[in-house]
Write a protein that binds this ligand. Structure first.
Ligand code: ZN
Length: 558
């Protein structure tokens, strides 16, 4: 996250009940955990039974398994904070003293928390701390000495998850009977209850940590990520982890991922070659091309290969070629029985964010990100050109309506209305798109934006995105460019693939669109439902509101 975005909520008035006498109990020499420092917990319906506007300590009832789950987090060295909306204070239903008595009772039953963050306001107060606003998450991270992206928030309603996402934290929904179905559909990470959420948090934290050191030094590692730019970008953290443990890294990518591969830190050499079986409309397998690829891979002389794939792809055909190229240590994720094709067969449950899924494979192969390298997407600075001077000052909003897969593109008429609404709200809007999207970007920009259709390659687009105050985009490459630049995203996310796996990673995000639309989980490249309902219902005013939630104001400021 960029410095100037670190904390737009410093001046806000969330009430912080810090625990001065519980400051850190001395540092230990163990390496910093890769993913999380802290777990933030909603109070009512998550830790304790929801008793509306409760000011009575006698009515505090912990939810089943809460104490044991919290103690597991404490034992793992994670710091804990409660983040809770208590509009009963604003409405005068209970006093601050009563609330403190309730909280004392909660700690009696559930153990101590490192901080309590309370929003005392009501919806009508328009504060920046009442969830789904992200103020409490920023405040909690600050209290705990970390950043939102190193926090995971557990809560029982959509407001909790939305607040986490808007701050760039992870959010886990633990639904109760009052949780609305659309909130469950929209959440990227759902667990049955708090103990299950805690088990998965600890599992993910552990999974990116090698359990055994690499077997001997790795001189040359071959890493593989085929298909498109977005796929390559989300594999970046894992490739950096491999690079930290190898003297030289060679990346095999496909033609559609080449431009993204050029942007990745840690890569010493790139081999571009299509793997026809990866593609949605697969071309034929040409034996001669496969023979020449195998020969080329043999020349690399890799002593280890790590094959990264999407959850619906098989690594095994390539693993066979790698064996034929003489590589004798191969790691990949495979649910299919790999026999002697893999030395490290890794398995990952569904729903894990792609960058973490890849990091867990790197860990299984013996690699971890070094301390100080956060598990965020990053680009090579020297690979991103200067931004064109004629675009004016930074602080514009980028709207990228298109996508290589039309099922994930924003309908042009919706995008056009969004440009109009953003312009009316005082935002400067740049409309971006590839050379084949010029007709669409021209139409969309005609509502008041600047048309940059066809003007940039991926690296040039990265430069433009990096100086934006926010990017409005579907589930496509530029969303990951924004994440890499720490630029907030309004995600117009078609639910054809899981949001939890493909949503913008570790960057402030607001998700819009119908998460329960019939295209959900179809992986369709073109929308299978007439009218593209998952995104055609996005209201332009929702985008304006989303920017406000992300603290992006019209007029270029943030
Ligand atoms: Zn508030």
């Amino acid at each position: 996250m960029r410095q100037d975005q670190e904390d737009p909520y410093q001046r806000r008035s969330a009430q912080v009940y810090a625990a001065a006498d519980r400051a850190s109990s001395g540092s230990v020499a163990s390496p910093r955990p890769v993913l999380y420092d802290a777990v933030l917990l909603d109070r009512d319906g998550t830790l304790i039974e929801d008793v509306p506007y409760n000011g009575d300590p006698e009515k505090v009832r912990p939810l089943p398994g809460a104490r044991a789950a919290l103690d597991r987090l404490r034992a793992a060295g994670l710091r804990l904070a409660v983040v809770t909306n208590q509009s009963g204070l604003a409405r005068g239903y209970f006093s601050a003293a009563q609330m403190r008595a309730v909280h004392a009772r909660v700690e009696e039953l559930l153990g101590r928390f490192d901080a309590w963050l309370v929003c005392p306001h009501d919806d009508v107060d328009g504060c920046d701390c009442r969830k789904p606003a992200p103020g409490l998450v920023y405040a909690a991270a600050r209290e705990l000495g970390t950043t939102p992206s190193r926090c995971v928030l557990v809560g029982d309603i959509g407001r909790d998850v939305a607040a986490a996402m808007a701050a760039g934290a992870a959010g886990v929904l633990v639904p109760t009977p009052v949780t609305r179905p659309e909130e469950v559909a929209a959440a990227g990470w759902v667990a049955t209850d708090l103990p299950a959420a805690v088990a998965e948090i600890l599992r993910r934290q552990q999974a990116v940590q090698p359990s055994t050191p690499p077997t001997g030094p790795v001189r040359t590692a071959l890493v593989v990520r085929s298909d498109s730019a977005g796929d390559v970008l989300v594999t970046g953290p894992a490739i950096r982890a491999v690079a930290a443990g190898a003297e030289r890294v060679v990346l095999l990518c496909g033609p559609r991922g080449r431009a993204a591969a050029n942007l990745l830190p840690g890569v010493d050499e790139i081999i571009e070659h299509p793997l026809p079986w990866i593609d949605h409309t697969p071309g034929p397998v040409d034996p001669e091309a496969m023979r020449s690829l195998t020969a080329r891979l043999g020349v690399v002389g890799a002593d280890q290969a790590v094959v990264f794939t999407s959850f619906h792809q098989s690594a095994l055909p390539l693993a066979l070629l790698l064996r034929m190229a003489g590589i004798d240590r191969i790691a990949a994720i495979s649910d299919d029985y790999p026999g002697s094709l893999l030395d490290v067969r890794h398995r990952v449950p569904v729903g894990v964010p792609e960058p973490e899924r890849a990091l867990s494979l790197a860990a299984a192969a013996g690699h971890r990100l070094p301390d100080g390298d956060e598990p965020v997407l990053r680009l090579r600075r020297d690979a991103v050109p200067p931004r064109p001077a004629d675009l004016g000052e930074p602080g514009y909003v980028v709207l990228h309506p298109g996508s290589a897969a039309s099922s994930r593109a924003c309908p042009p008429e919706v995008a056009t209305r969004i440009v109009g609404a953003l312009t009316d709200a005082g935002h400067r809007v740049l409309v971006t798109g590839g050379p084949d999207e010029r007709a669409v970007t021209a139409r969309v920009a005609s509502a008041g934006g600047t048309d940059l259709g066809g003007r940039t390659d991926l690296a040039g687009l990265a430069a433009i995105v990096a100086d934006a105050s926010a990017v409005v985009v579907g589930n496509t490459g530029p969303a990951h460019l924004a994440a890499a630049a720490g630029v907030p995203v309004v995600s117009l996310f078609a639910p054809t693939v899981p949001f939890g796996q493909w949503g913008p990673y570790r960057v402030p995000t607001v998700r819009l669109g119908d998460a329960a639309a019939p295209c959900r989980d179809t992986r369709a490249a073109s929308c299978p439902v007439p009218g593209h309902p998952c995104l055609s219902g996005v209201e332009p005013d929702d985008v304006v509101d989303a920017l406000r939630t992300l603290a992006v104001s019209g007029g270029g400021g943030r």
